[in-house]
Design a protein around this ligand. Structure first.
Ligand SMILES: Cc1ncc(COP(=O)(O)O)c(C=O)c1O
Length: 390
């Protein structure tokens, strides 16, 4: 019998892709499915970005490029991040990757190992826990509580710190809850990280989708930039999920490690796609702003609609494009209910537990879908009987 490396047993996955595959299989059988499972804008990539990619192909950007990214794009990212966060970032502190996701992979590979503890939000993006386990470090989940606007449970955070804490992962605005971290919580985490010499992975991929207040990056606190890895990218802000373009910002020595990891894996990010990234950052921002405005309207529609359904309670998300309703009154596990909604009502959504054990009792709806489809989904959901089990 062929056997594979034991570390593979520690690697998790992202349920969204599995549910999407199940939903597509049902569609292939002729069923109508309303899609609320996958976290990607339903908008097309803005035309000027597509045009820049086509032009780059014509201009010969079809070869290997430097592993950390094309100088043009690293410079544009350094400028944008410096301006948006109010910190000084140089191009040497930037690495371009195929999507933002590799930055999670690279951070865990470069920074954590057996014996290290990594603090991360739960519910949270499943790749955090998967990668913490993969590198042999110990996952230390911090519950996000609905009563605290899905911010870190700070008491639990303080109690979870240990001399072994190596890395803290933050994600604000947050997937799957739509919560954002308060400046005072971020400040406290910054103090702790500085005092104890802990690294921080700040996943800011939904930064442009914060509806209230100004996003705060932990990298802006004194002494924190040096120990923070910022993850950001083009998938959500420019509707470029399929292009695979993202980046990390970190201190130069960490960027050198990440560059080696790039050289050992993808070699580099596709050159013509990086040129499209330059156009995205330097070109007109109105298409992105229009998307954000549409998400804001849809947020109202879905949250109001969900709250009208008996047994459903949904907090107003403050960022990203996810609603995370509490369905505890339905007295079914989240996984069972999500499966039932797909099979019986043609609604594809995710169980809260797809994001960790503290997601039990919740569902995640990605409202990157038309208002019309949101209303149709709400209509169907309202008809699902929700008696307690057996
Ligand atoms: C919290 C979070 N981080 C990172 C990513 C990775 O995005 P991408 O690799 O498409 O840039 C996602 C995608 O869903 C996400 O939700």
């Amino acid at each position: 019998m062929v056997t594979y490396a034991s570390r593979m047993a520690r690697l998790g996955t992202e349920t969204a892709f599995e549910v999407l595959a199940r939903a597509k299989a049902l569609e292939a059988q002729g069923r109508e499915i309303l899609h609320f499972e996958i976290g990607e804008p339903d908008f097309d990539t803005p035309a000027h970005i597509k045009e820049a990619a086509t032009r780059a192909l014509r201009d010969g950007y079809t070869h290997y490029g430097p592993s950390p990214g094309l100088p043009e794009l690293r410079a544009a990212i350094a400028e944008v991040v410096s301006k948006s966060r109010g910190i000084a970032v140089t191009p040497e502190q930037v690495i371009v990757t195929p999507g933002g996701k590799p930055i999670i992979f690279f951070t865990l590979l470069a920074c954590a190992q057996a014996g290290d503890e990594v603090i991360y939000p739960n519910p949270g993006f499943p790749i955090y826990e998967s990668m913490i386990n993969f590198v042999g470090a110990t996952p230390v989940p911090i519950p996000l509580l609905e009563g605290a606007h899905f911010s870190f449970d700070m008491e639990r955070f303080e109690a979870s710190l240990s001399p072994r804490t190596k890395l803290i992962i933050l994600n604000s605005p947050h997937n799957p809850t739509g919560g954002i971290m308060s400046p005072s919580d971020v400040e406290r985490i910054a103090e702790v990280a500085l005092a104890r010499g802990i690294l921080v992975l700040s996943d800011e991929i939904y930064r442009s989708l914060q509806y209230d207040g100004t996003p705060v990056s932990i990298a802006t606190y004194p002494g924190l930039q040096e120990r923070t890895i910022i993850l950001d990218g083009f998938s959500k802000m420019y509707a470029m999920t399929g292009w695979r373009l993202g980046y990390g910002v970190a201190n130069r020595s960490l960027i050198e490690h990440f560059t080696k990891l790039m050289a050992n894996s993808a070699s580099c990010t596709a050159s013509f796609i990086q040129m499209a990234g330059v156009a995205a950052l330097r070109g007109p921002q109105e298409p992105s702003q229009a998307m954000v405005a549409a998400f804001r309207r849809r947020r109202e529609v879905i949250v109001e609609g969900l709250n009208q359904i008996p047994g459903v309670r949904c907090a107003m998300p403050r960022g990203a494009f996810y609603a995370f309703p509490n369905i505890m009154a339905w007295q079914r596990s989240s996984a069972e209910l999500a499966s039932h909604l797909l099979d019986e009502a043609g609604i594809a959504c995710l169980a809260g537990t797809a994001f960790g054990q503290y997601g039990e009792g919740y569902l995640r709806f990605s409202y990157a879908n038309s208002e019309d489809n949101i209303r149709r989904m709400l209509g169907k959901l309202a008809l699902v009987p929700h008696q307690p089990r057996g």
